[in-house]
Design a protein around this ligand. Structure first.
Ligand SMILES: *[C@@H]1O[C@H](CO)[C@@H](O)[C@H](O)[C@H]1NC(C)=O
Ligand SMILES: *[C@@H]1O[C@H](CO)[C@@H](O)[C@H](O)[C@H]1NC(C)=O
Ligand SMILES: *[C@@H]1O[C@H](CO)[C@@H](O)[C@H](O)[C@H]1NC(C)=O
Ligand SMILES: *[C@@H]1O[C@H](CO)[C@@H](O)[C@H](O)[C@H]1NC(C)=O
Length: 654
């Protein structure tokens, strides 16, 4: 059972009490109260006087919204008191509910919104069947994406086959968005099913408020899709709510099959296989190449990109190391207009494409999925800073590209994709002998140390996981996606973040549950990855199969004095001395300690990797109860680069 705690800044104590009680009730009668909102959002806007003209206009607005006959189409936007004290309002129903259900929902919403957001000048409330927003500022036709996760997401169980499912989900979400974009119907909504082999179907629903343009609708949904996959791509349900668009999916275990989906899955798998086979062949052919080759080819890549874009960016050539801005059209052509066949993967921050320049040089292009809150200049400055972080164990950021709201990051191409592709695959795992694994662990540690202590920026990664550890031709580990928090304008210095970006299974308990992050949260993630590399098992899926998380399992074996039982047999057989493996496990356990203070720093880790195990401190029981994603709603998407006081925080403990 989960406990929801709500904290309301500037709110009357009675409201807090009311919310606590209703949350308790929601928890106890989970599922019985369909009239409870999924989420409400009232930015920290000014409070209005309850006897003002504006207040009476607002009441008029709410009562006319709830009695709107024009709500027949499931949407209406109205304004009241244009000449005196204007108030604007909008209501939208889910496209698959009838007018009775819609009317009831909007009636509830307009009745209750003032008790959830008392005296606020801007408020939005979302229910299962409808959403309603009012504001004293005109917001029609303005799309400012600020997607939110409702607490509902935390109750969704994990799917049986996460890798397969996230691919299906990615396909489904893309189809929904394409359908809305290509369909001239004015409902701006789409519902689709996709089958999940062995489970049933997953239904997806996308919808926009009809005051915005189709183009803005698509942009909103693309951002939402990135965030939705970030939180929920391995869960049986997920919702992403924004004031202008919503994106939802839910698995239902009814049996069914969709032919088109199977074709899509097949083509995705074939693409992945071909890409993988291609890179293996490439790797085998080139493996004897000299060490300096890679460096040279990256420089050549930069040069050829610059040549191709020199027409558009005149002053950059004079000082190539200063401005890594690359022409958007060059990248568009290189990635085949961001075609699905060029897609390498998708993460919380965006989709990665393989790009090939006309002269055959390859690169990886990350198309950022949500608009960052920054302007173009701030974005370029961040990219410039991050591009200056250069280390053998960091993926080299070659540049960025901006066109309108689109932002791209261009990286060197990694021929062996990423660590997860190897360690979680029973066949490919065999390619990783003992020496390779120890080198990878050492590489991650050194890359992280550089980010934490050696670089001028002192970057905390916050989302370190095997898919963010890329592998080059020589199987050297290179950390990617570092500095994303800077690009997305999240404050690195405050201990409390407005949005937890990490991935379930790799987040330290204090980060997952309280949003507190420090270098020690990265150390925790490093420890989990280290133990995964040694065992060949995935921390969060181990739970499903064995009823305990990987960390609990290793701790038990450690306690019983049999830690080698934990090690992947193919690793043991290729190790000359088991002492090195034992030392790794020991360090891994120290990194996943419950208390951040008990974990070593990365420089300690580097030293420990070369220390005799007998000199290492004894680990205590690690943190077993991994937290789940906490979301703190950001205050206002128009405020750039500042972390405001928290209005609502929703904390879920297990
Ligand atoms: C609102 O009420 C307060 C006291 O309750 C009063 O001082 C104020 O003048 C009122 N304002 C208006 C616009 O009626
Ligand atoms: C509703 O929104 C549309 C699109 O922005 C706008 O043109 C229209 O004036 C709005 N309706 C009212 C009553 O304000
Ligand atoms: C509307 O839908 C609800 C729930 O699906 C159903 O109970 C009700 O009969 C429907 N009403 C009409 C008028 O179709
Ligand atoms: C457009 O929408 C209609 C119904 O709203 C649907 O029947 C049709 O299949 C959609 N077209 C596309 C291309 O998805």
């Amino acid at each position: 059972m989960s406990l929801h705690c709500w904290r309301v800044a500037n709110g009357a104590p009675s409201v807090v009490l009311f919310l606590l009680l209703s949350c308790l009730l929601i928890t106890i009668f989970n599922g019985f109260c369909s009239a409870d909102p999924l989420l409400f959002y009232c930015p920290n806007s000014a409070n209005f006087a309850s006897n003002s003209t504006a207040a009476s206009n607002l009441n008029l607005l709410l009562s006319s919204l709830s009695s709107q006959t024009s709500l027949k189409g499931g949407f209406c936007n109205i304004s009241v008191g244009i000449d005196t004290s204007p108030v604007y309002g909008l209501a939208l129903c889910r496209s698959d509910v009838n007018s009775t259900v819609c009317g009831n929902c909007v009636e509830t919403a307009s009745r209750d919104i003032l008790s959830f957001c008392p005296n606020k000048e801007d408020a939005t409330i979302w229910y299962e069947h409808c959403q309603l927003r009012y504001s004293y500022t005109r917001f029609f036709s303005l799309m400012v994406y600020a997607g939110k996760y409702p607490p509902w997401n935390d109750k969704q169980p994990n799917v049986a086959n996460p890798d397969e499912f996230s691919q299906i989900l990615d396909g489904l979400l893309n189809q929904l968005i394409t359908q809305i974009g290509s369909n001239s119907s004015d409902s701006m909504s789409a519902i689709r099913d996709a089958s999940v082999p062995g489970t049933g179907t997953v239904q997806g629903m996308a919808q926009c408020t009809r005051d915005i343009s189709i183009g803005d609708c698509e942009n909103c949904l693309r951002d939402a899709a990135g965030d939705l996959e970030g939180c929920c791509s391995t869960r049986q349900g997920g919702m992403l709510l924004d004031t202008s668009c919503d994106l939802t999916f839910e698995v239902s275990t009814v049996k069914g099959r969709g032919k088109s989906l199977i074709i899509i899955i097949t083509s995705i798998s074939v693409t992945v296989l071909v890409l993988f086979a291609g890179s293996c062949v490439y790797y085998l052919c080139k493996r004897k190449g000299r060490q300096g080759d890679e460096e040279k080819s990256q420089n050549a890549l930069l040069t050829s990109m610059k040549e191709m874009t020199s027409k558009h960016v005149s002053d950059q050539d004079k000082n190539p190391s200063e401005l890594p801005l690359i022409d958007f059209d060059t990248i568009k052509i290189a990635t085949n207009n961001f075609s699905d066949t060029n897609k390498l993967g998708r993460g919380g921050f965006g989709t990665v494409y393989q790009g090939t320049l006309p002269d055959g040089k390859e690169m990886a292009v990350k198309r950022l999925s949500r608009r960052s809150w920054q302007g173009v200049e701030e974005f370029k400055n961040e990219v410039l800073l991050i591009a200056k972080l250069q280390h053998r164990n960091l993926v080299k950021l070659l540049g960025c590209s901006v066109e309108g709201e689109e932002k791209l990051l261009i990286y060197e191409f990694m021929h062996n994709i990423s660590l997860d592709v190897f360690i979680f695959d029973p066949i490919r795992r065999l390619q990783l002998d003992c020496r390779t694994r120890l080198n990878i662990i050492d590489g991650i540690a050194r890359g992280l140390l550089y980010l934490h202590e050696d670089s001028r920026l002192k970057i905390i990664h916050r989302d370190l996981k095997p898919s963010n550890v890329l592998l080059d031709k020589e199987m050297t580990a290179k950390i990617s996606d570092f500095g994303m928090a800077r690009i997305f304008c999240e404050d690195q210095n405050t201990a409390n973040t407005r949005r937890v970006v990490g991935t379930y299974g790799y987040m330290s308990p204090e980060y997952a549950m309280e949003g507190i992050f420090s270098v020690k949260s990265d150390v925790f993630s490093f420890g989990v990855i280290l133990l995964e590399i040694v065992s060949g098992k995935k921390n969060n899926s181990y739970l499903k199969e064995h009823g305990q998380i990987l960390l609990a399992y290793i701790w038990r074996l450690w306690d019983e004095g049999e830690p080698l039982d934990f090690v992947d047999p193919s690793m043991i057989s290729s190790c000359l001395r088991t002492e090195e493996i034992l030392r790794c496990i020991h360090i891994g356990l120290l990194c996943v300690q419950r208390e951040a203070a008990d974990r070593p720093t990365m420089s300690n880790v580097i030293v420990m990797l070369e220390t005799d195990s007998r000199d290492l401190p004894q680990p205590k029981e690690p943190a077993f109860a991994l937290g789940r994603v906490v979301v703190q709603n950001d205050q206002s998407s128009t405020v750039i680069c500042s972390v405001n006081a928290v209005t609502i925080s929703n904390l879920t403990a297990r």
